[in-house]
Ligand binder design. Sequence first.
Ligand SMILES: [Zn+2]
Ligand SMILES: [Zn+2]
Length: 95
Amino acid sequence: MPDSIRHILRAKQHPARAVECPHCGAVAHRPCRSQSRTRIMTQPHPSRISAWVRLTACCPVCQVEPGVPCHLDGRELRDGAVHPRREAEAREVAA
Ligand SMILES: [Zn+2]
Ligand SMILES: [Zn+2]
């Protein structure tokens, strides 16, 4: 990860916090919690980031609109995953 991006992420909350976390159940704008729910995570769970990316960005790889899951060879990516380029796209929109 280039330092410039790292700096942006550190400077403000991760934009994926705008959506609920399907992994730990954190509601919008609340931080993710560890499985024991005693520790607050500094970064959202990967599945929350994927959920946010699916809602905010089009995918330049598989050409889907926001809200539509990424797919490969006609099948959705496993566990709601998104293409890395789509995540990059979402970060640009949020920046
Ligand atoms: Zn979470
Ligand atoms: Zn895709």
